[in-house]
Design a protein around this ligand. Structure first.
Ligand SMILES: Nc1ncnc2c1ncn2[C@@H]1O[C@H](COP(=O)(O)OP(=O)(O)OP(=O)(O)O)[C@@H](O)[C@H]1O
Length: 951
């Protein structure tokens, strides 16, 4: 800390070379001076004496008197120096007189004044303080003097001590008393020399305590970051007091009511304050202190208007204004003098010099690309390795960043989260990062003052620092200014640079190529071009017509040349012509762009991708067309087939109809309906008669045998309404559309399964004439059926008794009909008996045959008698009534249509059509039957309710 404290007073180093002759004189006189005299000299003189041997060395090693002359010539004509010099002279001369008239001088107030002045001068000399102005207050010796001389509150001293400030820095030593004595001042002190506390301390001491009268002090800083830093530093100093130091932020401007705001000291950028003033939000008429930090920046053209507005707004006549900066150009000084009254000028060290604690270096990089290489070389290997790492901690800050990001960048760098901060001049001034030990001027600074402030970010508060400045060939003409600044702060520069022609102190900003290796954002480029174009258009309206004469505009990658303007042409004409030509150019470009697009389109069309796609599309289309044509032809074929089928069907139907008409079964006679019905009735009657005969014969036979056993009483009982055949079975027996040969044997089987309908349709298929005979024959067949199965048995018994016959008959009843029907023995083929056996059996067989014939004859007679004795007619009538009234069952419906009960609807419909065609009333069929056919169809299709619908 002690070491750093010594560095802190870098600005106080005595210029030994410059004052070498004086040192020599002091050396000679030192031997003569007695001890009392030594006691009288100030504390600072003692320090000087301590440094003497070192100074001697320096004097002896001083290079040349010529150089000394130059240096002294370079130094500013500061009044303080004059004072200092005169004091030296007076001291050397007056010391002899002082001894002689010791008592007199003590009484003489003038002499006392001189003595004090001398002491002040010595003190200033010690700290390299140069002041100009009348009655400049003496510099501070220590912070404790603040309370003894100026009544400083204890909390301030306590806070200063807490911050580790043991003694004031040179600028603080002089600026604080000046401001506390109510004098205005403009001060120039090296970077990092503690200017901030130099203006905050007196401000707080003067304001004494917090007041709710409104804003009493304003500090203006050129940048937000600096204003924030000043506010932070100020708050450190007001700890323990009720003072209010506020930073003017955007939200504060928007929301705060400044008339009620508790604010003693307001810190702001000029822009924000000016806006608030303009909006009449803020009243600065009570401001007692106005500080312009980094005043040379604030007095730049860009901020001058705002500063002017603020200065005007601070209308308090007793206001104390002060300017502080590390660089103070003459122009700013002049300006400051014009606005300040009785101002004191304070310079620490030499005006416009960089901090002496910063080691400065110039590096030639040749070109912009060379800087990257130089950057690598300049950095320590360690830092370079870190830069190479992926997680390199680099921050960036520039004016285009949003305020939040700017703040973050500063905070992270301050907190050590980022190690390298890439910055523009936005933080080049005033920012106090204590840890910075190296500043690299990647881009050559555009002025000496910019250079001073930039490198001033390192080597602060007496610490050592390093500054490396890259320069290219383009920067060479401006090297001299920087080189001068370097030499004035004690740094070495190549001699060839000092031989360069000195340029005026003006900004140097060479156009630099982009070093970015990334492709530029096209939109950004476009924006820049448009901005350029607009700028040029603006120029067209500007007063400077002559400039338009030979210029050309770059717009959308092409150059538009202006029409040459006649000197006498009016400004508006020139602008009109210019805009017109630009517009024409724009049209032409648009056209050419269209053409280019067309050409591109053509190329695209001819390109392989498009061709491939087109081929593929064509292929697809062809396939589609082929498919369509195939479908169409198939449809045509199908419709043709359908037509043919339809025709065939029609033909078939016609044929069927024709066949039916011409067929034997079809009644195509010219008889009337009644006649046909009468014929049918006759037919039925005949059938009934036959059945009756059969039934009679059977009954009679049973009676004759004396062993009558009724197989089916219901069938036999004439009083039963369902006795005998149903109307359907009878009708089916008379099927007009089927020949008698087609009668299915199934009916025989099914009829056997039904108890109340035992007679099959097949049986009734025989003609009326044959009916009786056949039934008799069957009876005959059925009798020997049993013996057929047990042939050996029958033959061995040789005589068949009536009782046996009856038993056989009974057994036959139980046996299945099929077996009974097929009882006739089939001739043997391979197993035929030999002739000898046949000869022996023949007489027996002949006997059996005779017996059988006799037996049959007997039965025939009996049947005939039974037929003759058949019941009277009225009974038959009764039977009819009962038969026709029965409701149709599903089975009956199936029988009508000639299909199975479980047949599908389609088949039912087909069968219905077939049956109906055959029985249609139009074709001479019965209406009644037709209605029954329809009823059967409905029954089969589940629509049994709609009986009797006409076809
Ligand atoms: N009396 C003091 N003793 C020790 N350190 C001090 C003293 N006064 C200020 N400092 C420290 O010196 C550093 C630089 O101070 P400050 O920022 O005020 O410098 P400056 O002159 O304003 O620099 P610049 O010109 O860059 O704005 C700060 O860190 C501050 O804390």
């Amino acid at each position: 800390m002690e070491r750093s404290a010594n560095f802190l007073f870098g600005g106080t180093n005595f210029n030994r070379k410059k004052f070498a002759p004086d040192f020599a004189k002091f050396k000679n006189r030192k031997e003569d001076d007695d001890e009392d005299h030594n006691k009288k000299v100030s504390f600072f003189e003692q320090e000087e004496e301590e440094e003497e041997p070192e100074q001697e060395k320096l004097v002896s090693s001083s290079s040349s008197s010529k150089k000394r002359k130059r240096k002294s010539a370079n130094s500013e004509p500061v009044e303080g120096f004059d004072v200092f010099k005169s004091s030296k002279k007076s001291r050397s001369k007056g010391k002899e007189v002082e001894q002689d008239t010791k008592d007199e001088t003590l009484e003489n107030p003038k002499k006392e004044l001189y003595r004090r002045m001398e002491q002040d001068s010595l003190s200033r000399k010690q700290y390299n303080i140069h002041v100009s102005g009348e009655n400049v207050p003496p510099p501070l010796k220590s912070f404790t003097e603040l309370s003894s001389r100026y009544g400083c509150k204890k909390y301030i001293l306590r806070n200063l001590a807490e911050l580790g400030f043991k003694e004031p820095t040179p600028i603080q030593r002089q600026a604080i008393p000046i401001l506390l004595s109510g004098r205005e001042c403009f001060a120039c002190a090296p970077t990092g020399s503690g200017k901030t506390f130099a203006f905050i301390c007196p401000m707080l001491i003067k304001l004494k305590r917090h007041s709710s009268d409104g804003i009493r002090a304003v500090i203006l800083s050129p940048a937000r970051e600096l204003a924030a830093q000043t506010a932070r530093e100020g708050k450190k100093l007001i700890k323990g007091s009720k003072f209010n130091i506020r930073l003017m932020t955007k939200p504060l401007v928007k929301t705060a009511d400044f008339s009620k705001l508790q604010c003693d000291v307001l810190i702001s950028t000029p822009m924000r304050l000016k806006r608030a003033i303009k909006a009449k939000k803020i009243d600065l008429s009570k401001v007692e202190y106005l500080v312009l930090d980094e005043s040379d920046k604030l007095f730049e053209q860009s901020m001058l208007k705002q500063i002017d507005g603020v200065v005007k707004a601070c209308s308090n006549p007793s206001i104390i204004r002060s300017l502080f900066s590390a660089t103070l150009p003459d122009s700013v000084e002049e300006l400051a003098r014009s606005i300040m009254h009785d101002a004191v000028r304070v310079i620490i060290g030499r005006k416009n010099t960089a901090s002496e604690t910063v080691k400065q270096k110039l590096v030639f990089t040749g070109t912009e690309e060379g800087k990257l290489l130089a950057l690598r070389q300049s950095f320590a290997q360690q830092l370079y390795d870190e830069l190479k790492c992926e997680d390199i901690r680099v921050g960036v800050i520039h004016s285009d960043l949003p305020p939040g990001e700017r703040e973050n960048a500063v905070d992270s760098f301050r907190a050590g989260e980022t190690w390298v901060l890439i910055a523009t001049d936005v933080i080049a001034r005033g920012m106090d990062f204590k840890g910075i030990n190296c500043v690299i001027n990647y881009d050559f600074p555009d002025s000496a003052s910019a250079y001073i402030h930039r490198i001033g970010r390192s080597g602060r508060a007496g610490r050592s620092g390093e500054a490396i400045t890259f320069y290219t060939e383009e920067d060479v003409p401006f090297l001299r200014n920087i080189a001068n600044t370097m030499t004035s702060s004690g740094c070495e520069v190549p001699s060839w640079i000092l031989t360069l022609k000195k340029k005026k102190w003006k900004k140097h900003r060479p156009k630099r190529d982009s070093i970015s290796t990334r492709p530029k954002d096209k939109r950004e480029e476009e924006m820049v071009k448009k901005a350029k174009w607009l700028k040029n258009v603006k120029k067209a309206f500007s007063q400077d017509l002559k400039k338009l004469k030979h210029k050309s505009v770059e717009y959308q990658n092409s150059e538009i040349s202006y029409p040459v303007l006649v000197a006498s042409s009016r400004r508006e004409d020139a602008a009109a012509i210019f805009i017109q030509s630009i517009f024409r150019g724009h049209l032409a470009r648009r056209e050419s762009q269209g053409m280019r697009r067309l050409a591109r389109l053509k190329l695209l069309m001819e390109g392989s991708v498009v061709q491939r796609q087109a081929a593929h599309t064509l292929k697809c289309m062809q396939t589609l067309t082929r498919l369509q044509s195939q479908i169409r032809s198939r449809r045509i074929r199908m419709s043709e087939e359908n037509q043919a089928r339809h025709k065939q069907l029609l033909h078939k139907h016609a044929k069927e109809l024709g066949g039916l008409k011409s067929g034997g079964n079809w009644n195509d006679s010219n008889q009337s309906k009644e006649q046909i019905e009468a014929g049918l009735l006759n037919k039925y009657e005949a059938t009934m008669r036959r059945e009756r005969a059969l039934a009679y014969a059977f009954t009679h036979q049973q009676n004759l045998k004396g062993n009558m056993r009724s197989g089916n009483t219901m069938f036999m009982d004439p009083s039963n309404p369902t006795w005998g055949w149903s109307w359907l079975e009878r009708w089916m027996a008379d099927k007009p559309w089927e020949s008698s040969e087609k009668v299915p044997s199934k009916n025989e089987k099914s009829s056997s399964s039904e108890k109340n309908r035992k007679h099959s349709i097949a049986r009734s298929a025989v003609s009326d004439d044959e009916g009786l005979a056949s039934s008799t024959a069957r009876r005959r067949n059925t009798v020997p059926a049993k013996p057929t199965r047990g042939k050996q048995k029958a033959q061995s018994s040789s005589g068949v008794s009536a009782a046996n016959t009856a038993t056989t008959e009974e057994n036959n009843e139980k046996a299945p009909i099929k077996k009974r029907v097929s009882t006739a023995p089939k001739p043997r083929k391979s197993s035929a008996p030999p002739n000898s056996i046949l000869k022996k059996v023949a007489p027996i067989l002949a006997g059996v045959a005779v017996a059988a014939a006799a037996y049959a004859g007997k039965y025939g007679i009996e049947a005939w008698q039974a037929f003759k004795a058949r019941p009277p007619r009225p009974k038959l009538r009764k039977f009819y009534e009962g038969g026709f009234q029965a409701a149709m069952t599903r089975r009956e419906a199936a029988l009508i249509l000639g299909v199975r009960e479980s047949v599908a609807a389609e088949k039912v419909k087909e069968a219905h059509r077939r049956v109906m065609v055959a029985n249609h009333p139009d074709a001479g069929g019965s209406h009644y039957l037709a209605s029954k056919i329809n009823e059967a169809k409905d029954m089969m299709l589940g629509k049994s309710e709609s009986y009797g619908s006409p076809f």
